[in-house]
Design a protein around this ligand. Structure first.
Ligand code: SF4
Length: 357
């Protein structure tokens, strides 16, 4: 009994020491990350959450960044990502259509603006973009969104194999490109074999060289281990992701992952908190799968360190109404009106915090 108490105190002290290290501007090591991801008892996880909350408060204050997405080309994708309803490899109920006209994008931007959403991401289900007429059309849609001035123009358009394509997107007015690594390098081939982890890393290289901000995270709950999640968090730190979306698998009927058992909500909250320790200044955004997997525990994502929220419907699944999310933020004393149009970079967040009122 006494020995157990000593162990519990040692764990509590170690979590606190790592929390203080991060608050002081330090970076935790891979080994320290592994320790946090391996925590199991409810008491330790709640301890971790309270430190993650302090770290979020320290670097982000009470500001919450909101993003929305619009599917500009749906279904029929050549890739075989095992979680995805839009892959042509699987029989799902997901809609299929080609590149949409400007009007629905204008409507989505209007709606996003009304809800105080910072960024609207144009998302397309295809392998990626090469030079040609489709790129010309996509660039036109990005320019229209950017010049409309209602939200920041973001996009997630798959793999890029060429610097010119990344530069064209930037010139069109794109500010931030969404390109998830999805999981660790080790686990990646277990959910996709039509392209590689390195294809994704290479794409991010072109985007950064073009001067674009990077929105990159992954999906948890696909059967990966805690070590895989830890590896993903450290890789995202290495590549310099600015926004880190965490999706939680929502198994889609017809996909190879349709029967994967859900992650327990506490494991999800622990993962968010560990990401906050590894990525203290980044926007950690909770995206797809939160409603179905967290249910009534959704407000706890902010205590776990989340600083951003995907609102409105996801690509192939329905989210809770935006009004309910906005009410949740108001009830928690959090402010969703985070710099409506510009991109607040991590270093600027720190400066803003340090500046006198
Ligand atoms: S996740 Fe993207 S690349 Fe993979 S199948 Fe779905 S739409 Fe295609």
């Amino acid at each position: 009994m006494l020995a157990t108490q000593v162990d519990a105190n040692a764990i509590r002290e170690k979590i606190a020491a790592l929390g203080l290290k991060v608050l002081a501007g330090g970076q935790i090591t891979r080994e320290e990350g592994s320790f946090l991801f391996s925590l199991e008892s409810t008491a330790d996880i709640f301890d971790l959450l309270s430190w993650a909350n302090r770290i979020r408060e320290h670097f982000k204050g009470n500001k919450i960044h909101l993003c929305s997405i619009v599917n500009v080309k749906a279904g029929g994708c050549s890739e075989n990502c095992s979680f995805c309803a839009q892959s042509a490899t699987y029989q799902t109920q997901s809609p299929k259509y080609g590149l949409i006209d400007p009007e629905p994008i204008e409507g989505a931007a209007e709606e996003a603006n009304k809800n105080g959403v910072t960024a609207l991401g144009l998302v397309a289900a295809w392998k990626g973009l090469t030079e040609g007429p489709v790129l010309d059309d996509v660039c036109r849609r990005i320019s229209e969104l950017s010049q409309g001035g209602k939200t920041r123009a973001d996009a997630s358009l798959g793999i890029i194999k060429n610097q010119t394509v990344a530069n064209r997107l930037k010139e069109a007015g794109l500010e931030c490109y969404g390109h998830n690594l999805e999981s660790s390098r080790r686990f990646f081939p277990q959910h996709c074999t039509t392209h590689t982890f390195d294809d994704r890393i290479e794409t991010i290289g072109y985007l950064k060289k073009a001067g674009l901000k990077i929105c990159s995270g992954g999906i948890i709950g696909m059967g990966e281990t805690g070590e895989d999640r830890c590896d993903l968090a450290f890789t995202l730190r290495e590549i310099g992701a600015n926004v880190v979306p965490i999706n939680i698998l929502n198994p889609i009927k017809g996909t190879p992952f349709e029967d994967v058992p859900p992650l327990p909500p506490l494991e999800i909250l622990k993962t968010i908190a560990c990401f906050r320790f590894v990525l203290p200044k980044q926007e950690i955004m909770i995206a797809g799968g939160r409603t179905v997997n967290l249910r009534d525990l959704q407000p706890m994502i902010f205590m776990a360190g989340a600083s951003a929220l995907m609102v409105g419907n996801y690509l192939t699944t329905v989210n809770q109404p935006v009004e309910k999310d906005l009410q949740m933020l108001r009830d928690l004393g959090l402010d969703p009106n985070w710099d409506k149009h510009g991109f607040i970079d991590q270093e600027e967040c720190v400066e803003a915090e340090a500046a006198p009122a």
